[in-house]
Design a protein around this ligand. Structure first.
Ligand code: SAH
Length: 233
């Protein structure tokens, strides 16, 4: 079954953009996912197809009108999750990505200017998702980021089904370091255990590396991992 993405944006030419290449592009050509882009401006008001207005209460910038957005959303919404990309949203995680990939698709609404009138998010029961604690100029790149993360998990998109399982975040830990040929490069040898052929020892070494890296770089993730009991034998 095709995973269906709908994008609502003021800049339709930004899609599929980088998702037309490589893994995602091949999967798009093979109908493993589909993309429909709707120009919010088509639902704009008046001769100028106006989509925004000044904020009540004052302040800089413009806000996307709820009536215009609601009409655009109404044209595509169905049972799929409705997601508004906002810096104030719930931070995107690999587990949310996995859940989205397991579903029928998503409708992604890209903001511009100061963002959306809050009433349309609430009236439509939308979910707000952020891709990180920084502010971009629009929701298009966040939508592409979210889609990229989902598409690589869809059945048949990645070469090895496994490679989605043993990765950073999938098991609550960051990934162990990788090495490839040459075994000795500019005087730096690869860790000896990796060339030992002892699969149990390799697995144990990798797990220990994952633990150490997570503990030192992301104590927040490490605490979650310990609290989940996943580290217990
Ligand atoms: N005034 C807003 C920022 C608006 S940025 C605030 O301070 O919260 C314009 C649009 O870019 C937003 O509506 C949103 O769709 C998108 N955007 C910017 N940064 C984002 C982020 N980190 N995650 C998701 N969307 C983001």
């Amino acid at each position: 079954m095709t995973w269906r993405a709908d994008i609502l944006t003021l800049f339709p030419a930004m899609f599929p953009g980088p998702l037309g290449d490589s893994l995602a592009g091949k999967a798009l050509a093979e109908d493993k996912w589909s993309l429909k882009v709707t120009d919010i401006r088509d639902f704009g008001l008046g001769r100028h197809r106006s989509v925004d207005d000044t904020p009540f209460g004052g302040g800089a910038g413009m806000v996307l009108r709820p009536d215009v957005l609601d009409a655009a959303i109404g044209a595509v919404a169905d049972e799929r999750p409705l997601i508004f990309l906002t810096p104030r949203g719930t931070p995107l995680t690999q587990s949310r990505v996995r859940a989205l990939a397991d579903g029928p698709g998503a409708v992604l609404v890209c903001g511009r200017f100061e963002g959306f009138d809050q009433r349309v998010i609430e009236a439509r029961g939308g979910e707000e998702i952020s891709i990180g604690d920084y502010v971009l100029s629009g929701g298009e790149l966040p939508a592409l980021v979210l889609l990229d993360a989902v598409i690589r998990l869809l059945p048949g998109v990645m070469g090895h089904a496994e490679s989605g399982v043993e990765e950073s975040f999938s098991e609550a830990l960051l990934e162990y370091p990788h090495y490839t040929r040459p075994a000795l490069w500019e005087g730096h040898a690869v860790p000896e255990v990796l060339t030992s052929g002892n699969h149990a020892a390799i697995a144990a070494w990798r797990l220990e590396q994952s633990r150490q890296i997570t503990q030192s770089r992301r104590p927040d993730l490490y605490h979650q991992y310990i609290a989940s009991g996943a580290h217990a034998p």
